[in-house]
Design a protein around this ligand. Structure first.
Ligand SMILES: Cc1ncc(COP(=O)(O)O)c(C=O)c1O
Length: 394
């Protein structure tokens, strides 16, 4: 069966998948099953498999079902954070001696987990500009890899990787293809359709959407791999609580609507910032895949649907000092880590989200500021950025 990825079809699945009214009461919204355990009528015979909430919980099941349906996937597994999901993925797939091809622009925590935890256990990493097919081919000619880790758009430089082309090459070499789809969200990009084996999410971001919950998820079609993930999820136990699952169910219902507005606002802001750059007004570079000037724009336009997301990065002409001043001078944009909530955020990756990659191949420029564009009035957001830029360039 092919999945309908039109924005309308995604919106319907987001609201209805897994959301059958409660059979006992008719409650339209699935309840929060805030229970650690379940009464069994006979020894070893749990009702519908519900025995213990680390292993299985009805509220978490609803979230899993809803997320899998949006993605058109067979399996979705929810975790207590994005990194908990990534950890289970890596431990399920990798063995000592294996090598990972890691994008050279990825979330700092992913790099930290691999370099500080997995490398000492005998896993090797090679960082590659995975948005460049020639660089991927070159790396494949010199080393063999078990897994390729792609973020597209990447965090924080918004690099765009051609998922279909890269997955095709990686599969020729027997690699597992992982796409961290956190920035695009399942409303705008569908990596499994394009050949990825596993999609990873920090659901803390757009899926939760309101900066009120930390969570993660793995989404995939492969039954065997899903079984391995479920085994380690239960064995190690990094699961979301029933309440956290419920909060994410609620967030996910409005994801398509929110992504539309995030994308519209971000495109307008990116165009405005690019105009300032062209006039020489304090901006050195604007990174947003929706801009025609972005090196990955054509690929993004092909593989993303319904918008380019809400994340923009800018490099300031005045260097680090200007970047820090800019990040500290906004009034509507809140200076904070994280992204993907309804409210706009701003941060300095080199000192904040990506401090752990300082001095490595994945170091980010210190004149870079990342903004997570919320769904407020775009004119208010532009006015706020203008006054902050004026403060940073005076
Ligand atoms: C792209 C990306 N992947 C994964 C993560 C990790 O997710 P979490 O913070 O939910 O553990 C983040 C967090 O910022 C992220 O930006």
């Amino acid at each position: 069966m092919t999945t309908d990825f039109s924005q309308d079809a995604i919106a319907t699945r987001a609201i209805h998948a897994g959301q059958e009214p409660d059979p006992t009461t008719g409650a339209v919204v699935p309840p929060i099953y805030m229970t650690s355990t379940f009464k069994q009528p006979h020894v070893g015979q749990p009702v519908n498999g519900y025995d213990y909430s680390r292993s299985i919980n009805p509220t978490r099941n609803v979230f899993d079902e809803q997320l899998a349906a949006i993605e058109g996937a067979k399996h979705a597994l929810a975790f207590s954070s994005g990194l908990a999901a990534i950890d289970v993925l890596l431990r399920s797939v990798l063995r000592p001696g294996d090598r990972v091809m890691l994008g050279n622009d990825v979330y700092g925590g992913t790099y930290r987990l691999l370099s500080k935890v997995f490398v000492p256990w005998g896993v090797n990493i090679t960082t590659v500009d995975v948005s460049d097919l020639a660089a991927v081919n070159k790396a494949l000619n010199s080393e063999s890899f078990a897994l390729i880790w792609i973020e597209t758009p990447s965090n924080p430089l918004l690099a765009v990787t051609d998922i279909a082309a890269t997955a095709a090459i990686a599969h020729e070499h027997g690699m597992t293809v992982v796409v961290d789809n956190t920035f695009a969200s399942p409303a705008l990009q569908h990596p499994l359709e394009l050949g990825a084996d596993v999609v990873a999410y920090s659901t803390t971001k757009y899926i939760g959407g309101h900066s009120d919950v930390v969570g993660g998820a793995l989404v995939l079609n492969d039954d065997e791999l899903a079984e391995k993930f479920a085994f380690l999820q239960n064995s190690a136990g990094a699961v979301p609580s029933p309440f956290d699952s419920w909060i994410q169910i609620r967030g996910l219902k409005t994801l398509p609507l929110r992504m539309q507005r995030h994308s519209e606002n971000a495109l307008a802001i990116a165009r405005h910032l690019e105009e300032l750059k062209n006039k020489g007004e304090g901006i050195e570079q604007v990174w947003y895949p929706g801009l025609e000037s972005h090196p990955g724009h054509d690929i993004a336009a092909r593989q993303m649907h319904g918008g380019f997301g809400g994340m923009i990065s800018v490099q300031l002409s005045g260097g680090k000092a200007a970047a820090l001043k800019f990040a500290e001078s906004t009034r509507l944009f809140t200076l904070a880590e994280s992204l993907g909530g309804v409210e706009s955020l701003i941060e300095h990756p080199a000192a904040m989200t990506h401090a752990s990659v300082s001095g490595t191949s994945n170091e980010v420029p210190d004149n870079l500021v990342r903004i997570s564009v919320g769904i407020e009035d775009v004119n208010d957001l532009i006015a706020d950025l203008d006054q902050a830029l004026a403060a940073a360039t005076k």
